[in-house]
Design a protein around this ligand. Structure first.
Ligand code: SF4
Length: 488
């Protein structure tokens, strides 16, 4: 019997964007799997459904463990960690976008393949936009898939490559792949990291003692005491052995298109992206928002937690006092209980509560990271008004999310996105708030360090979920009838 599916309190009303995955790899330390478990724990915000670790030991070979639920509930058990010996290990935490929804242990990464030159395991963050076409082709040519994940295509493409070593096979395989990929892989002696040509998803290199690590974010380097070395560049492949790091650029591109939403929401605020503190960028978003959309009010409140730095920036720039008008229950993550209808109906109250004493009688500016379907925003507004607020003004730290993401973030279908069907004024009326303003795309770019704003002829980031300009055409989705902006 499959295990009970975890009930995601964070997505209780399907109104939250989810990063699909986090990856971490380690080489050159005793019991590398322990380091990987810690790294994955720090990356848990990137995926809470399941996690997995593969390790290699010269006497014990490759070993793997894949589990549902939090890293802390699985990969802290000595009995499990003892089954993952060796100085080389990689791991993965997942939510799930590509592949089947729901609990399937076969979809949990890393994936492992045995090749003529030895085994290899891979962990992928991102989304392959031509995965369905590749899968059809591979199945026709005899590949037997074990999972429904798009990432498994990489292993099968590697198996079919005629190259003589695994890094070269990986390079071969990834040349066929379109979309976003930050991949961490391992052989018996090598830790490999690769980023797609546009560098949509993050990947960084760290060093601890004689060991090296690769991670989705720098916050996972901090937890193991590793020193941040640098980002893996867009289109770069690094192969790390006892001798050090070898770098090549097999997927070179003219410009990078890093996901700008990593700055707004996905990455942890204590991570560094492109040399910039995520916290500082978010605070600066609040500053820009206050300049673009000022309002007379008595109190600035974040919708916790991701709205917090932007609210601090908004309050600072506007001079309006800052306060914690909404308190988040920090323990309301995922849990393995089956929710009753009654629990489900409690919706957002399960994780957020209003600080009535602070809110009563005030004109409140609520700063949130995004509006997806709008259901959560409506409920929060009701809670604030019930608590006696005189006015509610929403300020949103991202532009209207009007397009789905096909590069590793779980977004609803386009027609379910509030901004896809309504203007800003219509959204304001629909949410029933006194005012609603989003940061402009230029304002967001400025906050992210682009002082001139967005370069419209050659955008510096991927911002497709706001602009509808997809840096890589989502081939599978177009085949299924998705219409690009130009075709509307
Ligand atoms: S579409 Fe949006 S969420 Fe997806 S990669 Fe681009 S900016 Fe990030």
């Amino acid at each position: 019997m499959p295990p009970a599916h975890p009930f995601d309190f964070d997505a209780v009303d399907g109104d939250t964007l989810h990063e699909e995955c986090g990856v971490f790899g380690m080489i050159g330390v005793t019991d590398a799997a322990n380091f990987v478990a810690l790294g994955l724990h720090a990356l848990q915000h990137r995926g809470q459904e399941a996690g997995g670790i593969v390790s290699y030991h010269p006497e014990h070979g490759f070993n793997s463990a894949r589990r549902f639920g939090y890293v802390r509930d699985n990969f802290t058990k000595q009995s499990l960690m003892e089954t993952l010996p060796g100085a080389l290990a990689i791991g993965h935490v997942r939510y799930s976008t590509a592949g089947s929804k729901g609990a399937q242990i076969r979809d949990v990464q890393p994936f492992f393949g045995e090749f003529s030159m030895g085994g290899a395991a891979i962990a992928h963050n991102g989304n392959i936009t031509n995965a369905e076409a590749l899968r059809r082709e591979l199945i026709e040519r005899g590949s037997i898939f074990q999972s429904s994940s798009d990432s498994e295509c990489i292993i099968h493409l590697m198996a079919r490559s005629l190259q003589r070593d695994i890094p070269a096979r990986m390079e071969d395989a990834l040349r066929r792949v379109e979309g976003a990929f930050s991949v961490v892989a391992m052989t018996r002696t090598k830790l490999i990291g690769v980023r797609d040509a546009l560098g949509v998803r993050p990947l960084v290199l760290g060093k601890v003692g004689d060991g090296w690590c690769l991670s989705s974010e720098t916050c996972a380097l901090d937890i193991i005491g590793a020193e941040y070395v640098r980002e893996i560049e867009p289109g770069e492949m690094v192969v790390i052995t006892e001798k050090g790091v070898e770098s090549t650029h097999p997927f070179r591109s003219r410009n990078s298109r890093f996901c700008i939403f990593e700055h707004v929401y996905f990455s942890r605020p204590d991570s560094i992206i492109g040399g910039r503190s995520v916290y500082e960028t978010r605070r600066q978003i609040g500053v820009e928002l206050a300049r673009e959309a000022p309002i007379e009010a008595d109190l600035v409140c974040p919708v916790p937690d991701s709205g917090t730095p932007a609210a601090i920036g908004y309050a600072h720039e506007s001079g309006i006092p800052y306060g914690m008008g909404i308190i988040r229950n920090q323990y309301m993550g995922r849990t393995f209980i089956e929710p009753t209808e009654q629990i489900r109906n409690m919706g957002v109250r399960l994780k957020l509560n209003v600080n009535r004493a602070l809110i009563r009688g005030k004109r409140v500016v609520l700063v949130d990271d995004s509006v997806v379907r709008g259901t959560t925003s409506r409920k929060i507004k009701e809670m604030i008004l019930d608590a006696g607020a005189a006015e509610v003004h929403f300020r949103i730290a991202s532009p209207p999310t009007a397009w789905p993401c096909f590069y590793g973030v779980d977004t609803p279908q386009r027609e379910k996105l509030l901004a896809a069907t309504m203007s800003e004024d219509e959204m304001c009326e629909h949410l029933g708030v006194d005012s609603l303003k989003f940061i402009s795309l230029d304002g967001l770019y400025r906050a992210a360090g682009e002082s001139e704003g967005r370069n419209n002829s050659c955008p510096q980031y991927c911002d497709a979920c706001f602009s509808g300009e997809y840096p890589v055409e989502p081939a599978d989705m177009i085949e299924k009838g998705f219409k690009l902006k130009a075709a509307e």
